[in-house]
Design a protein around this ligand. Structure first.
Ligand SMILES: Cc1cc2nc3c(=O)[nH]c(=O)nc-3n(C[C@H](O)[C@H](O)[C@H](O)COP(=O)(O)OP(=O)(O)OC[C@H]3O[C@@H](n4cnc5c(N)ncnc54)[C@H](O)[C@@H]3O)c2cc1C
Length: 399
């Protein structure tokens, strides 16, 4: 049992659940991850098993058929899953954000309709803010929903980078709704778009062109989403009224940042495990490379980062669970865990020498997967903007 990435104060129930997830990862994910990744194959069997385990409903309250777990429990499960194969955690991440947004901001009808089916994984969510021309600057979105007769809205525009865009059958989409409110942020709304799984025209006026080819983060599909006079109604507007979409999405992204931090923690833990194992086997100059102080120091540096990232993530999750704002802590956790992860993976890769550069070794895959976590849910620069603005409030100039 490693002393790294332990979490104080977990209940017996949380510990049992995590043990179960860890066993699932060791037995069902790690042994097949390489093969699935190299084939860029959707991990259908793993997804089906996760449905059975209730993973898709981890944070959905029991009254809606979920397990009603905390963000912390969820984040710790995600950490384990990402240790096995990070893209699998991507499959549940957008689903989790959409379920969270519906729970927090949806109407009673929306909760009753979506959450029970999301808890079983029958309905699976994707989350869409970004467009081809923007990711960081959400205020610049162009996809537009225009109010028609009665309850009708008509959506036109192009969205980009939807994780699970093909495999989800529900997408929470941020649109401009220009209702005349002051400033861009109050003129945005979130629509819940029902679609079929797959590619092509997946609902009236809603096209998913195909999978975007990526350097890593394989298995999970990333897509565009094109709206061409898609007709929907006010009933599909999250919360039932326009103008709240930006704030709803930012709330979703805040928990999403804890989630990305967890994924980075899981991925770097795996890189660490691989590095420390290899270092104890490989010999150079007549001794194991771990016995060269240069390598031992690398291992020490990696261990420190593996531990620090985890504790930052746990702090951010616990704050949100207490009902407190965690923008600063989630920003710090996401920023540092993603940077540490990239660094630990790089160090493990170097420990592997030439073999690390071959597809035969897991570290080659991790090396291609880690950079995604530097980008998703906001880049390092965006996290620094959030951290900087937030911390300045605590240090006003006196006098
Ligand atoms: C594999 C993958 C999956 C994704 N999944 C989703 C998803 O499911 N849903 C979704 O909505 N989006 C998703 N995204 C989009 C992701 O959130 C954006 O790529 C990210 O927010 C960055 O936006 P951008 O790519 O437009 O870069 P840009 O915003 O164009 O930024 C380019 C560079 O400029 C820097 N920069 C931008 N503004 C500033 C500033 N003010 N000061 C300093 N530097 C700045 C950035 O940090 C970055 O280095 C995904 C992206 C990838 C790659």
């Amino acid at each position: 049992m490693s002393r790294l990435q332990t979490t104080d104060g977990l209940t017996e129930e949380q510990q049992d659940l995590l043990k179960l997830v860890k066993e699932f990862v060791d037995e069902q994910i790690i042994p097949v991850a390489q093969e699935l990744e190299h084939a860029d194959e959707y991990p259908q069997k793993i997804v089906d098993q996760m449905k059975e385990m209730g993973i898709f409903g981890l944070m959905i309250p029991e009254e809606f058929g979920g397990l009603g777990e905390s963000l912390l429990t969820y984040a710790l499960c995600v950490e384990e899953i990402a240790r096995g194969w990070m893209p699998v955690s991507g499959i549940i991440n957008t689903h989790f954000i959409v379920a969270y947004m519906i729970l927090k901001h949806g109407t009673q009808e929306q909760k009753q309709h979506y959450l029970p089916k999301m808890a079983t994984g029958e309905i699976r969510g994707a989350f869409s803010m970004s467009e081809p021309a923007l990711g960081s600057d959400v205020s610049a979105i162009k996809t537009k929903a225009v109010k028609g007769e009665g309850d009708e809205w008509v959506i036109n525009g192009q969205k980009m980078w939807l994780t699970n865009g093909g495999s989800a059958n529900l997408v929470a989409v941020l649109c401009r709704t220009d209702t005349g409110a002051e400033g861009p942020y109050k003129n945005m709304s979130t629509f819940l778009i029902d679609k079929t799984e797959g590619f092509g025209e997946t609902a009236q006026g809603v096209t998913v062109p195909g999978k975007i080819e990526k350097m890593g983060y394989k298995g999970v599909d990333t897509t565009e989403l094109i709206f061409d006079n898609h007709k929907t109604t006010t009933a599909q507007l999250l919360g039932g009224e326009p103008g709240k979409g930006f704030y709803q999405m930012m709330d979703g992204v805040e928990v999403g940042r804890v989630n990305v931090a967890s994924r980075a923690c899981g991925l770097m833990m795996r890189a660490f495990e691989l590095g420390i194992e290899y270092a104890q086997q490989r010999e150079t100059f007549g001794k194991k490379i771990i016995d060269h102080q240069g390598i031992l120091f690398r291992i020490a540096d990696m261990a420190a980062k593996v531990e620090a990232g985890h504790q930052l993530m746990v702090k951010a999750a616990r704050l949100k669970d207490k009902g407190e704002r965690n923008d600063l802590e989630a920003g710090i956790a996401k920023y540092m865990a993603a940077e540490y992860c990239a660094d630990v993976v790089e160090q493990s890769f170097r420990i592997h020498g030439g073999f690390g550069y071959t597809k035969e070794y897991e570290i080659e895959r991790l090396y291609r997967e880690a950079p995604m976590l530097l980008i998703g849910e906001g880049t390092a620069e965006i996290q620094k903007m959030i951290i900087g603005k937030s911390i300045l409030k605590d240090y006003p100039l006196k006098g």
